[in-house]
Design a protein around this ligand. Structure first.
Ligand SMILES: Nc1ncnc2c1ncn2[C@@H]1O[C@H](COP(=O)(O)OP(=O)(O)OP(=O)(O)O)[C@@H](O)[C@H]1O
Length: 347
């Protein structure tokens, strides 16, 4: 395997470790999202890969070679950052052709490549338009086309869609993923939006406090989060304190059928996704609850419930909205969907 590898990479700013001992392996052709809350170190990690920052310690390797202090322009990576840095006074075509011009490519060759790239990002025939006349989404595509002009070996994007409105953003997520699949280019995207990461990535790297918390396929991170932070950050979940009770386990005094803690564990936390919480008539399931709020989203119904274990959220399929605030119900947890975290494992 000779993609991108980060070996024990740390970046310190004074006493702050913005990135702390990162170990990462990105196979060729994969689409990786660096995901985490503000300040977790995503951008710093990305800037080190790009060559815009130097690691305090550790090694970054690409295709088997240490990048060391190889300057940005000698890494042959394509980059799209949040501020697109398009030249507003130049046409679309001249913006895209700029990196080719710097490399001394002739006019005819440049024009052919610009046309090809505009087709690729689904903006055919706009080469002569001023950039200033384009919409936000169109500009985003121009920035992507420009970053791809020199056929980079690695494509780096830092919050590339954050300036777009929700609808356009979702459309661009799908387009970006499809484009990456067509080109087969190894791609790393920074985002703080978990839905965006779930849509695009084949691998998500979840960061918190400069540390990589988990690296996995999106569905595995969702179903098998490594710790309570990851469970909470990626999608909605119910985090409940759990205690062992003989060979079984209980939540706020209610025995949960089918749940047993790993041997030697007296307690900790469990994560149960809202769709794995069933709402039953009062007394029929272990956890007594009162309906606090019902949110009918059309495609599903979210129910907020008060319980002795704190507020819980349950999700029901569309059309199952026969609950009203104040209703007394009971909650069951699907034991197969419960993930246990030992006490003291919070990130
Ligand atoms: N040039 C710098 N000098 C000092 N501290 C910095 C510098 N750049 C980043 N940091 C600190 O390093 C930590 C990680 O910052 P970074 O920008 O990588 O986070 P992020 O996850 O990209 O956040 P955001 O989503 O808000 O951009 C933060 O605590 C930040 O304050």
């Amino acid at each position: 395997m000779s993609g991108l590898e980060l070996v024990n990479v740390t970046k310190r700013y004074g006493r702050v470790a913005a990135v702390d001992d990162a170990l990462l392996s990105v196979p060729p052709g994969s689409f990786v999202c660096l995901l985490g809350p503000s300040g977790c170190g995503k951008t710093t990690l990305m800037r080190m890969i790009a060559g815009l920052e130097t690691p305090t310690s550790g090694d970054i390797r690409f295709e088997g070679e240490t990048l060391g202090d190889r300057p940005v322009h000698k890494r042959d990576f394509g980059m799209v950052f949040q501020s697109l840095a398009l030249f507003p006074h130049l046409s679309v075509g001249d913006n895209i052709a700029y990196p080719l011009k710097i490399r001394g490519q002739g006019k005819a060759e440049r024009e052919a490549r610009v046309a090809e790239l505009l087709d690729l990002v689904r903006l055919p025939g706009v080469a002569d338009r001023p950039v200033a006349q384009l919409s936000g989404g169109q500009r985003q595509r121009v920035a992507i086309a420009r970053a791809l002009a020199v056929s980079p070996k690695l494509f780096l994007l830092d919050e590339p869609l954050s300036a777009l409105d929700a609808k356009l953003r979702e459309a661009m997520q799908v387009e970006l993923r499809q484009l990456q699949e067509r080109l087969g280019i190894t791609t790393i995207v920074v985002t703080h939006d978990q839905r965006e990461a779930m849509t695009m990535a084949d691998t998500i790297v979840v960061m918190q406090g400069g540390k990589i918390q988990q690296m996995d396929r999106p569905i595995d991170i969702y179903r098998r989060p490594a710790n309570a932070f990851v469970a909470d950050f990626l999608g909605q979940t119910n985090l409940l304190t759990v205690q062992s009770a003989g060979g079984a386990a209980s939540v706020a005094g209610a025995l949960i059928p089918g749940l047993a803690l790993p041997s030697g564990q007296n307690g900790g936390e469990i994560s149960v996704r809202p769709e794995s919480v069933s709402i039953e008539p009062e007394g029929a399931a272990p956890i007594a609850a009162t309906v606090e709020f019902v949110r009918d989203m059309g495609s599903s119904v979210e129910v907020y419930l008060a319980t002795a274990a704190g507020r819980m959220i349950a999700m029901r399929p569309a059309g199952q909205n026969n609950l009203a605030v104040g209703d007394k119900v009971s909650l069951g947890l699907d034991p197969a969907a419960i993930v246990f975290f030992p006490a003291g494992s919070r990130a």
